[in-house]
Design a binder for this molecule. Structure first.
Ligand SMILES: *[C@@H]1O[C@H](CO)[C@@H](O)[C@H](O)[C@H]1NC(C)=O
Ligand SMILES: *[C@@H]1O[C@H](CO)[C@@H](O)[C@H](O)[C@H]1NC(C)=O
Ligand SMILES: *[C@@H]1O[C@H](CO)[C@@H](O)[C@H](O)[C@H]1NC(C)=O
Length: 476
Protein backbone atom coordinates (compact mmCIF):
# COMPACT_ATOMS: atom_id res chain seq x y z
CA UNK A 1 0.00 0.00 0.00
CA UNK A 2 2.78 2.38 1.10
CA UNK A 3 4.84 1.33 -1.96
CA UNK A 4 1.91 2.25 -4.26
CA UNK A 5 1.70 5.74 -2.77
CA UNK A 6 5.47 6.16 -3.10
CA UNK A 7 5.33 5.07 -6.76
CA UNK A 8 2.56 7.57 -7.40
CA UNK A 9 4.46 10.39 -5.70
CA UNK A 10 7.85 9.60 -7.28
CA UNK A 11 6.96 8.72 -10.89
CA UNK A 12 3.32 9.35 -11.87
CA UNK A 13 2.89 12.81 -10.33
CA UNK A 14 6.06 14.33 -11.88
CA UNK A 15 5.03 12.88 -15.24
CA UNK A 16 1.57 14.41 -14.92
CA UNK A 17 3.08 17.77 -14.01
CA UNK A 18 5.54 17.62 -16.91
CA UNK A 19 2.78 16.71 -19.36
CA UNK A 20 0.66 19.64 -18.19
CA UNK A 21 3.65 21.98 -18.43
CA UNK A 22 4.48 20.76 -21.89
CA UNK A 23 0.96 21.46 -23.07
CA UNK A 24 1.12 24.94 -21.50
CA UNK A 25 4.46 25.52 -23.14
CA UNK A 26 2.88 24.83 -26.51
CA UNK A 27 0.08 27.34 -25.89
CA UNK A 28 2.26 30.08 -24.49
CA UNK A 29 4.86 29.45 -27.18
CA UNK A 30 2.31 30.53 -29.79
CA UNK A 31 1.48 33.65 -27.80
CA UNK A 32 5.17 34.35 -27.33
CA UNK A 33 5.77 33.99 -31.05
CA UNK A 34 2.80 36.16 -31.82
CA UNK A 35 3.93 38.95 -29.49
CA UNK A 36 7.49 38.71 -30.77
CA UNK A 37 6.28 38.85 -34.37
CA UNK A 38 3.94 41.76 -33.66
CA UNK A 39 6.45 43.86 -31.75
CA UNK A 40 9.56 43.00 -33.79
CA UNK A 41 9.32 46.09 -35.94
CA UNK A 42 6.77 47.94 -33.87
CA UNK A 43 7.49 51.53 -32.91
CA UNK A 44 5.42 53.00 -30.10
CA UNK A 45 5.93 56.50 -31.49
CA UNK A 46 4.57 55.83 -34.98
CA UNK A 47 0.93 56.43 -35.61
CA UNK A 48 -0.38 53.04 -36.82
CA UNK A 49 -2.03 53.91 -40.11
CA UNK A 50 -1.52 52.79 -43.71
CA UNK A 51 -1.06 56.24 -45.26
CA UNK A 52 0.26 59.29 -43.43
CA UNK A 53 -2.84 61.39 -44.18
CA UNK A 54 -5.23 58.85 -42.70
CA UNK A 55 -7.01 59.77 -39.53
CA UNK A 56 -7.11 57.40 -36.56
CA UNK A 57 -10.66 57.29 -35.27
CA UNK A 58 -10.87 56.72 -31.55
CA UNK A 59 -14.26 55.62 -30.41
CA UNK A 60 -14.99 57.23 -27.06
CA UNK A 61 -17.05 56.03 -24.12
CA UNK A 62 -17.05 56.71 -20.39
CA UNK A 63 -18.41 54.60 -17.55
CA UNK A 64 -19.31 56.50 -14.40
CA UNK A 65 -18.89 54.50 -11.23
CA UNK A 66 -19.39 57.03 -8.48
CA UNK A 67 -19.60 60.71 -7.69
CA UNK A 68 -17.19 60.68 -4.79
CA UNK A 69 -17.31 64.28 -3.69
CA UNK A 70 -18.05 67.80 -4.75
CA UNK A 71 -15.90 70.22 -2.81
CA UNK A 72 -17.84 73.49 -3.01
CA UNK A 73 -15.17 75.48 -1.25
CA UNK A 74 -12.35 74.54 -3.62
CA UNK A 75 -14.65 73.95 -6.62
CA UNK A 76 -13.41 70.41 -7.17
CA UNK A 77 -15.35 67.39 -8.33
CA UNK A 78 -14.03 63.92 -7.59
CA UNK A 79 -15.43 61.06 -9.64
CA UNK A 80 -14.54 57.46 -10.12
CA UNK A 81 -14.77 56.48 -13.80
CA UNK A 82 -13.23 54.33 -16.42
CA UNK A 83 -12.72 55.15 -20.03
CA UNK A 84 -13.58 52.98 -22.98
CA UNK A 85 -11.41 53.76 -26.01
CA UNK A 86 -11.10 51.66 -29.12
CA UNK A 87 -9.13 52.28 -32.28
CA UNK A 88 -7.63 50.29 -35.14
CA UNK A 89 -3.90 49.62 -35.19
CA UNK A 90 -2.80 48.58 -38.64
CA UNK A 91 0.44 46.98 -37.33
CA UNK A 92 -1.26 44.75 -34.79
CA UNK A 93 -3.10 42.33 -37.09
CA UNK A 94 -2.51 38.61 -37.41
CA UNK A 95 -4.00 35.45 -38.77
CA UNK A 96 -5.25 33.38 -35.80
CA UNK A 97 -4.66 30.13 -37.73
CA UNK A 98 -0.91 30.67 -37.68
CA UNK A 99 -0.85 31.10 -33.88
CA UNK A 100 -2.92 28.24 -32.38
CA UNK A 101 -6.12 30.19 -32.96
CA UNK A 102 -5.25 33.08 -30.62
CA UNK A 103 -7.67 35.93 -31.39
CA UNK A 104 -6.85 38.37 -28.62
CA UNK A 105 -3.83 39.28 -26.55
CA UNK A 106 -3.10 41.72 -23.75
CA UNK A 107 -0.08 43.97 -23.75
CA UNK A 108 1.19 46.58 -21.30
CA UNK A 109 -0.01 50.01 -22.31
CA UNK A 110 3.47 51.37 -22.85
CA UNK A 111 4.26 48.73 -25.51
CA UNK A 112 1.78 50.01 -28.10
CA UNK A 113 0.86 53.33 -29.61
CA UNK A 114 -1.90 55.19 -27.76
CA UNK A 115 -3.63 58.48 -28.37
CA UNK A 116 -2.48 60.88 -25.61
CA UNK A 117 -5.96 61.67 -24.36
CA UNK A 118 -6.08 63.67 -21.12
CA UNK A 119 -8.62 65.43 -18.97
CA UNK A 120 -8.09 69.10 -19.75
CA UNK A 121 -9.61 70.43 -16.51
CA UNK A 122 -7.66 68.12 -14.26
CA UNK A 123 -6.81 69.45 -10.82
CA UNK A 124 -4.07 67.20 -9.46
CA UNK A 125 -0.32 67.55 -9.38
CA UNK A 126 0.51 64.76 -11.81
CA UNK A 127 -2.28 65.93 -14.15
CA UNK A 128 -2.86 62.50 -15.72
CA UNK A 129 -5.00 60.48 -13.35
CA UNK A 130 -5.53 57.35 -15.44
CA UNK A 131 -4.01 54.05 -14.48
CA UNK A 132 -1.90 52.64 -17.34
CA UNK A 133 -3.63 49.28 -17.54
CA UNK A 134 -3.07 46.66 -20.23
CA UNK A 135 -4.55 47.10 -23.67
CA UNK A 136 -6.56 44.34 -25.32
CA UNK A 137 -5.70 43.66 -28.97
CA UNK A 138 -7.77 41.59 -31.38
CA UNK A 139 -6.46 39.83 -34.45
CA UNK A 140 -8.33 42.35 -36.65
CA UNK A 141 -6.08 45.10 -35.31
CA UNK A 142 -8.73 46.57 -33.04
CA UNK A 143 -7.26 47.89 -29.82
CA UNK A 144 -9.34 48.47 -26.71
CA UNK A 145 -8.06 50.37 -23.72
CA UNK A 146 -10.07 50.86 -20.52
CA UNK A 147 -7.97 52.96 -18.15
CA UNK A 148 -9.74 53.59 -14.83
CA UNK A 149 -9.12 56.62 -12.67
CA UNK A 150 -10.21 58.69 -9.73
CA UNK A 151 -10.66 61.98 -11.49
CA UNK A 152 -10.37 65.25 -9.66
CA UNK A 153 -11.55 67.99 -11.94
CA UNK A 154 -12.37 71.64 -11.60
CA UNK A 155 -16.05 72.49 -11.54
CA UNK A 156 -17.71 75.86 -11.63
CA UNK A 157 -19.96 75.41 -8.60
CA UNK A 158 -22.99 77.66 -8.65
CA UNK A 159 -24.01 78.20 -5.02
CA UNK A 160 -26.80 80.73 -5.64
CA UNK A 161 -29.51 78.29 -4.56
CA UNK A 162 -27.54 76.34 -1.96
CA UNK A 163 -28.77 73.96 -0.52
CA UNK A 164 -31.49 73.61 -3.16
CA UNK A 165 -28.93 73.72 -5.93
CA UNK A 166 -28.22 71.74 -9.06
CA UNK A 167 -24.73 71.51 -10.42
CA UNK A 168 -23.42 70.97 -13.89
CA UNK A 169 -19.82 69.89 -13.85
CA UNK A 170 -17.94 69.38 -17.10
CA UNK A 171 -15.03 67.13 -17.92
CA UNK A 172 -13.19 67.87 -21.12
CA UNK A 173 -11.25 65.07 -22.78
CA UNK A 174 -9.01 65.50 -25.77
CA UNK A 175 -5.80 64.34 -27.41
CA UNK A 176 -3.17 66.64 -25.99
CA UNK A 177 -0.85 66.85 -29.00
CA UNK A 178 -2.70 65.32 -31.96
CA UNK A 179 -5.00 67.57 -33.91
CA UNK A 180 -8.16 66.51 -35.66
CA UNK A 181 -6.26 65.65 -38.83
CA UNK A 182 -4.33 62.93 -37.00
CA UNK A 183 -6.56 61.59 -34.27
CA UNK A 184 -10.28 62.06 -34.35
CA UNK A 185 -12.62 61.33 -31.46
CA UNK A 186 -15.97 59.73 -32.21
CA UNK A 187 -18.81 59.53 -29.73
CA UNK A 188 -21.16 56.69 -30.73
CA UNK A 189 -23.45 57.21 -27.72
CA UNK A 190 -23.73 60.59 -26.04
CA UNK A 191 -24.89 59.07 -22.74
CA UNK A 192 -22.26 57.84 -20.35
CA UNK A 193 -22.55 54.21 -19.28
CA UNK A 194 -24.16 53.98 -15.86
CA UNK A 195 -24.43 50.20 -15.44
CA UNK A 196 -22.06 50.14 -12.47
CA UNK A 197 -23.15 53.47 -10.99
CA UNK A 198 -23.23 53.59 -7.18
CA UNK A 199 -25.69 56.30 -6.07
CA UNK A 200 -24.18 59.08 -4.06
CA UNK A 201 -25.55 59.99 -0.65
CA UNK A 202 -25.35 63.68 -1.30
CA UNK A 203 -26.19 63.96 -4.98
CA UNK A 204 -28.91 62.69 -7.28
CA UNK A 205 -27.46 62.06 -10.70
CA UNK A 206 -29.81 63.50 -13.30
CA UNK A 207 -27.77 62.80 -16.39
CA UNK A 208 -24.28 62.49 -17.74
CA UNK A 209 -24.05 63.40 -21.37
CA UNK A 210 -21.13 64.01 -23.64
CA UNK A 211 -20.77 65.96 -26.84
CA UNK A 212 -18.02 66.15 -29.40
CA UNK A 213 -16.70 69.58 -30.26
CA UNK A 214 -14.50 70.37 -33.18
CA UNK A 215 -12.96 73.83 -33.12
CA UNK A 216 -11.00 75.26 -35.98
CA UNK A 217 -8.55 78.06 -35.14
CA UNK A 218 -7.14 80.69 -37.50
CA UNK A 219 -3.62 79.40 -37.02
CA UNK A 220 -3.99 75.84 -38.12
CA UNK A 221 -5.61 74.05 -41.03
CA UNK A 222 -6.87 71.18 -38.87
CA UNK A 223 -9.58 71.33 -36.26
CA UNK A 224 -9.02 70.46 -32.63
CA UNK A 225 -11.42 67.86 -31.33
CA UNK A 226 -12.55 67.28 -27.80
CA UNK A 227 -15.28 65.35 -26.02
CA UNK A 228 -16.90 67.15 -23.11
CA UNK A 229 -19.01 65.29 -20.60
CA UNK A 230 -21.43 67.18 -18.37
CA UNK A 231 -22.47 65.66 -15.07
CA UNK A 232 -25.84 67.12 -14.12
CA UNK A 233 -26.75 66.45 -10.51
CA UNK A 234 -29.12 67.73 -7.88
CA UNK A 235 -28.31 68.03 -4.19
CA UNK A 236 -30.30 65.93 -1.76
CA UNK A 237 -31.65 68.67 0.49
CA UNK A 238 -32.79 66.52 3.39
CA UNK A 239 -29.43 66.65 5.17
CA UNK A 240 -29.29 70.43 5.17
CA UNK A 241 -33.01 70.66 5.80
CA UNK A 242 -32.62 68.61 8.92
CA UNK A 243 -29.39 70.05 10.22
CA UNK A 244 -29.55 73.70 9.24
CA UNK A 245 -32.92 74.88 7.98
CA UNK A 246 -35.19 73.28 10.55
CA UNK A 247 -33.16 74.46 13.59
CA UNK A 248 -32.89 77.92 12.08
CA UNK A 249 -36.64 78.18 11.52
CA UNK A 250 -37.34 76.95 15.04
CA UNK A 251 -34.81 79.27 16.63
CA UNK A 252 -36.17 82.21 14.64
CA UNK A 253 -39.70 81.49 15.76
CA UNK A 254 -38.44 81.89 19.33
CA UNK A 255 -37.83 85.54 18.52
CA UNK A 256 -41.57 86.10 18.60
CA UNK A 257 -41.73 84.69 22.11
CA UNK A 258 -39.45 87.48 23.30
CA UNK A 259 -42.36 89.88 23.05
CA UNK A 260 -44.75 87.57 24.85
CA UNK A 261 -42.40 87.26 27.81
CA UNK A 262 -43.49 89.53 30.73
CA UNK A 263 -41.29 92.60 30.90
CA UNK A 264 -40.80 92.20 34.64
CA UNK A 265 -39.27 88.73 34.28
CA UNK A 266 -35.97 90.32 33.22
CA UNK A 267 -35.23 87.49 30.76
CA UNK A 268 -36.17 89.19 27.52
CA UNK A 269 -32.76 90.48 26.49
CA UNK A 270 -31.15 87.16 27.46
CA UNK A 271 -33.51 85.23 25.24
CA UNK A 272 -33.00 87.63 22.31
CA UNK A 273 -29.21 87.53 22.55
CA UNK A 274 -29.18 83.72 22.89
CA UNK A 275 -31.24 83.38 19.72
CA UNK A 276 -28.91 85.78 17.94
CA UNK A 277 -25.85 83.77 18.96
CA UNK A 278 -27.43 80.49 17.85
CA UNK A 279 -28.12 81.99 14.43
CA UNK A 280 -24.57 83.28 14.10
CA UNK A 281 -23.30 79.75 14.78
CA UNK A 282 -25.56 78.35 12.03
CA UNK A 283 -24.43 81.04 9.60
CA UNK A 284 -20.82 80.16 10.39
CA UNK A 285 -21.51 76.49 9.59
CA UNK A 286 -22.91 77.42 6.19
CA UNK A 287 -20.10 79.86 5.45
CA UNK A 288 -17.47 77.23 6.28
CA UNK A 289 -18.71 74.97 3.48
CA UNK A 290 -18.97 77.49 0.69
CA UNK A 291 -16.46 79.28 -1.49
CA UNK A 292 -15.82 82.87 -0.40
CA UNK A 293 -17.40 84.55 -3.42
CA UNK A 294 -19.66 87.56 -3.61
CA UNK A 295 -22.58 85.29 -4.51
CA UNK A 296 -24.67 84.80 -1.39
CA UNK A 297 -26.44 81.44 -1.29
CA UNK A 298 -30.15 81.28 -0.67
CA UNK A 299 -29.65 79.79 2.78
CA UNK A 300 -27.21 82.57 3.63
CA UNK A 301 -29.78 85.16 2.59
CA UNK A 302 -32.38 83.50 4.77
CA UNK A 303 -29.98 83.46 7.71
CA UNK A 304 -29.12 87.10 7.10
CA UNK A 305 -32.85 87.95 7.12
CA UNK A 306 -33.24 86.02 10.35
CA UNK A 307 -30.28 87.75 12.00
CA UNK A 308 -31.67 91.16 11.00
CA UNK A 309 -35.00 90.11 12.48
CA UNK A 310 -33.49 88.95 15.77
CA UNK A 311 -31.32 92.06 16.06
CA UNK A 312 -34.33 94.28 15.40
CA UNK A 313 -36.26 92.34 18.00
CA UNK A 314 -33.55 92.95 20.59
CA UNK A 315 -33.62 96.68 19.78
CA UNK A 316 -37.41 96.73 20.06
CA UNK A 317 -37.21 94.85 23.35
CA UNK A 318 -34.85 97.44 24.79
CA UNK A 319 -37.17 100.25 23.72
CA UNK A 320 -40.17 98.40 25.10
CA UNK A 321 -38.43 97.77 28.43
CA UNK A 322 -37.45 101.42 28.56
CA UNK A 323 -41.09 102.40 28.11
CA UNK A 324 -42.21 99.87 30.64
CA UNK A 325 -39.92 101.06 33.42
CA UNK A 326 -40.48 104.78 32.97
CA UNK A 327 -42.39 105.98 36.05
CA UNK A 328 -41.92 109.69 36.70
CA UNK A 329 -43.95 112.18 34.72
CA UNK A 330 -41.78 115.11 35.69
CA UNK A 331 -38.51 113.71 34.38
CA UNK A 332 -39.91 111.85 31.39
CA UNK A 333 -42.75 113.70 29.80
CA UNK A 334 -44.02 111.65 26.93
CA UNK A 335 -43.10 113.44 23.69
CA UNK A 336 -45.95 114.30 21.41
CA UNK A 337 -45.02 111.93 18.62
CA UNK A 338 -44.69 108.95 20.95
CA UNK A 339 -48.08 109.83 22.40
CA UNK A 340 -49.50 110.01 18.90
CA UNK A 341 -47.88 106.80 17.60
CA UNK A 342 -48.25 104.57 20.63
CA UNK A 343 -51.36 105.92 22.33
CA UNK A 344 -53.49 106.90 19.34
CA UNK A 345 -52.30 105.58 16.01
CA UNK A 346 -51.09 102.03 16.74
CA UNK A 347 -53.79 101.13 19.30
CA UNK A 348 -56.44 102.08 16.77
CA UNK A 349 -54.81 99.86 14.10
CA UNK A 350 -54.22 97.01 16.55
CA UNK A 351 -57.67 97.47 18.10
CA UNK A 352 -56.30 97.89 21.62
CA UNK A 353 -58.05 99.81 24.41
CA UNK A 354 -56.25 101.61 27.20
CA UNK A 355 -57.02 99.93 30.49
CA UNK A 356 -59.23 102.13 32.71
CA UNK A 357 -59.85 104.56 29.91
CA UNK A 358 -63.49 104.76 30.81
CA UNK A 359 -63.29 104.19 34.55
CA UNK A 360 -65.04 106.57 36.88
CA UNK A 361 -62.02 107.07 39.13
CA UNK A 362 -59.86 108.34 36.32
CA UNK A 363 -62.49 110.83 35.21
CA UNK A 364 -62.92 111.99 38.77
CA UNK A 365 -59.19 112.41 39.27
CA UNK A 366 -58.93 114.31 36.02
CA UNK A 367 -61.71 116.67 37.15
CA UNK A 368 -60.05 117.26 40.51
CA UNK A 369 -56.77 117.94 38.79
CA UNK A 370 -58.42 120.53 36.59
CA UNK A 371 -60.00 122.17 39.62
CA UNK A 372 -56.65 122.46 41.37
CA UNK A 373 -55.00 123.76 38.24
CA UNK A 374 -57.63 126.37 37.58
CA UNK A 375 -57.11 127.83 41.07
CA UNK A 376 -60.76 127.65 42.00
CA UNK A 377 -59.65 126.22 45.31
CA UNK A 378 -58.26 129.68 46.23
CA UNK A 379 -61.66 130.73 47.42
CA UNK A 380 -63.02 127.41 48.23
CA UNK A 381 -63.71 126.03 50.78
CA UNK A 382 -61.35 126.93 53.66
CA UNK A 383 -60.64 130.56 52.73
CA UNK A 384 -64.28 131.33 52.33
CA UNK A 385 -65.05 129.60 55.58
CA UNK A 386 -62.45 131.70 57.37
CA UNK A 387 -63.78 134.94 55.96
CA UNK A 388 -67.31 134.06 56.83
CA UNK A 389 -66.19 133.22 60.33
CA UNK A 390 -64.53 136.65 60.57
CA UNK A 391 -67.65 138.40 59.35
CA UNK A 392 -69.75 136.59 61.81
CA UNK A 393 -67.50 137.33 64.82
CA UNK A 394 -67.28 141.06 64.14
CA UNK A 395 -66.68 143.66 61.50
CA UNK A 396 -63.20 144.85 62.48
CA UNK A 397 -60.88 141.92 62.20
CA UNK A 398 -57.73 143.75 63.28
CA UNK A 399 -59.17 144.46 66.67
CA UNK A 400 -60.03 140.90 67.38
CA UNK A 401 -56.61 139.35 67.80
CA UNK A 402 -57.83 135.85 68.73
CA UNK A 403 -59.81 135.82 65.55
CA UNK A 404 -56.79 136.99 63.61
CA UNK A 405 -54.76 134.23 65.19
CA UNK A 406 -57.38 131.71 64.15
CA UNK A 407 -57.41 133.06 60.62
CA UNK A 408 -53.61 132.84 60.40
CA UNK A 409 -53.74 129.28 61.60
CA UNK A 410 -56.45 128.53 59.13
CA UNK A 411 -54.23 130.05 56.43
CA UNK A 412 -51.35 127.81 57.52
CA UNK A 413 -53.67 124.84 57.44
CA UNK A 414 -54.75 125.94 53.98
CA UNK A 415 -51.11 126.02 52.87
CA UNK A 416 -50.51 122.54 54.24
CA UNK A 417 -53.62 121.23 52.59
CA UNK A 418 -52.60 122.82 49.28
CA UNK A 419 -49.17 121.23 49.58
CA UNK A 420 -50.65 117.83 50.31
CA UNK A 421 -53.11 118.19 47.47
CA UNK A 422 -50.38 119.13 45.06
CA UNK A 423 -48.23 116.20 46.23
CA UNK A 424 -51.14 113.85 45.77
CA UNK A 425 -51.81 115.42 42.44
CA UNK A 426 -48.17 114.92 41.42
CA UNK A 427 -48.31 111.31 42.54
CA UNK A 428 -51.46 110.87 40.51
CA UNK A 429 -49.73 112.47 37.55
CA UNK A 430 -46.77 110.10 37.96
CA UNK A 431 -49.05 107.12 38.20
CA UNK A 432 -51.00 108.24 35.19
CA UNK A 433 -47.80 108.81 33.23
CA UNK A 434 -46.38 105.44 34.24
CA UNK A 435 -49.60 103.80 33.14
CA UNK A 436 -49.34 105.60 29.82
CA UNK A 437 -45.73 104.52 29.32
CA UNK A 438 -46.62 100.99 30.29
CA UNK A 439 -49.47 101.00 27.83
CA UNK A 440 -47.11 102.29 25.14
CA UNK A 441 -44.80 99.36 25.95
CA UNK A 442 -47.71 96.93 25.63
CA UNK A 443 -48.67 98.47 22.29
CA UNK A 444 -45.08 98.21 21.07
CA UNK A 445 -44.92 94.54 22.14
CA UNK A 446 -48.16 93.72 20.38
CA UNK A 447 -47.02 95.53 17.27
CA UNK A 448 -43.68 93.68 17.32
CA UNK A 449 -45.35 90.29 17.74
CA UNK A 450 -47.53 90.88 14.69
CA UNK A 451 -44.79 92.52 12.65
CA UNK A 452 -42.22 89.78 13.33
CA UNK A 453 -44.71 86.97 12.70
CA UNK A 454 -45.48 88.49 9.31
CA UNK A 455 -41.78 89.09 8.58
CA UNK A 456 -40.86 85.54 9.62
CA UNK A 457 -43.63 83.88 7.60
CA UNK A 458 -43.00 86.00 4.52
CA UNK A 459 -39.24 85.46 4.55
CA UNK A 460 -39.61 81.71 5.08
CA UNK A 461 -42.23 81.34 2.35
CA UNK A 462 -40.24 83.52 -0.01
CA UNK A 463 -37.14 81.38 0.51
CA UNK A 464 -39.09 78.21 -0.15
CA UNK A 465 -40.80 79.72 -3.18
CA UNK A 466 -37.58 80.95 -4.77
CA UNK A 467 -35.70 77.67 -4.27
CA UNK A 468 -35.79 75.58 -7.45
CA UNK A 469 -37.13 72.08 -7.08
CA UNK A 470 -39.25 72.82 -4.00
CA UNK A 471 -42.27 74.66 -5.37
CA UNK A 472 -40.95 75.72 -8.74
CA UNK A 473 -40.06 72.93 -11.19
CA UNK A 474 -36.28 72.47 -11.34
CA UNK A 475 -34.67 74.16 -14.30
CA UNK A 476 -33.39 71.67 -16.80
C1 LIG B 1 -12.10 57.78 -39.72
O1 LIG B 1 -13.39 58.28 -39.99
C2 LIG B 1 -13.44 59.11 -41.12
C3 LIG B 1 -14.83 59.65 -41.25
O2 LIG B 1 -15.64 59.26 -40.23
C4 LIG B 1 -13.04 58.29 -42.38
O3 LIG B 1 -13.04 59.12 -43.50
C5 LIG B 1 -11.67 57.73 -42.15
O4 LIG B 1 -11.33 56.88 -43.24
C6 LIG B 1 -11.61 56.94 -40.87
N1 LIG B 1 -10.24 56.51 -40.62
C7 LIG B 1 -9.91 55.22 -40.53
C8 LIG B 1 -8.46 54.93 -40.32
O5 LIG B 1 -10.71 54.33 -40.62
C1 LIG C 1 -11.85 49.49 -37.13
O1 LIG C 1 -11.98 48.81 -38.36
C2 LIG C 1 -13.18 48.10 -38.51
C3 LIG C 1 -13.14 47.36 -39.80
O2 LIG C 1 -12.21 47.88 -40.65
C4 LIG C 1 -14.34 49.07 -38.49
O3 LIG C 1 -15.56 48.40 -38.57
C5 LIG C 1 -14.31 49.82 -37.14
O4 LIG C 1 -15.32 50.81 -37.13
C6 LIG C 1 -12.98 50.49 -36.97
N1 LIG C 1 -12.93 51.07 -35.66
C7 LIG C 1 -12.73 52.34 -35.48
C8 LIG C 1 -12.70 52.82 -34.08
O5 LIG C 1 -12.56 53.14 -36.38
C1 LIG D 1 -0.23 32.07 -42.07
O1 LIG D 1 -1.16 31.15 -42.56
C2 LIG D 1 -1.55 31.35 -43.91
C3 LIG D 1 -2.59 30.33 -44.25
O2 LIG D 1 -3.54 30.21 -43.27
C4 LIG D 1 -0.33 31.26 -44.79
O3 LIG D 1 -0.67 31.53 -46.09
C5 LIG D 1 0.74 32.23 -44.31
O4 LIG D 1 1.94 32.07 -45.06
C6 LIG D 1 1.07 32.04 -42.87
N1 LIG D 1 1.96 33.07 -42.43
C7 LIG D 1 3.00 32.83 -41.66
C8 LIG D 1 3.83 33.99 -41.28
O5 LIG D 1 3.26 31.72 -41.28
Amino acid sequence: MAGGVELFLRIVLPMLVLMTMAQGANGSQAEKDLIQDLLRNYDVMVRPIDKYNDIINVSFAVTLQQIVDLDEKNQLLTTSMYMGWTWNDTYLKWNPDNYSGIVEIRLPAKKVWKPDILVYNSAVDSFDQMLQTNVVIWSTGAVEWLPPGLFKTTCDVDIRYFPFDEQRCTMKFGAWTYHGGMVDLALPDENAILDNYIPSGEWDLISMKGHRTSVKYECCPHPFVDVTYTIHMRRRTLFYGFNLILPCVLVCSLTILVFLLPADSGERITLGITVLLALVVFLQLVADNLPPTDVIPLLGKYFACSIVMVTASVVCTVISLNFHHTTSANTNTMPGWIRFVFLNFLPRILRMKRPGENSFRRKFLDNQAEVVMDGKVEEYPLMVAGERLGNWMGTNQTELSPLNEAKKELNDVLHEVRFITSRMHNDDEDEKSALEWRFAATVLDRFCVIFFIIYFVVSTLFTIAVAPGVLLPPDN
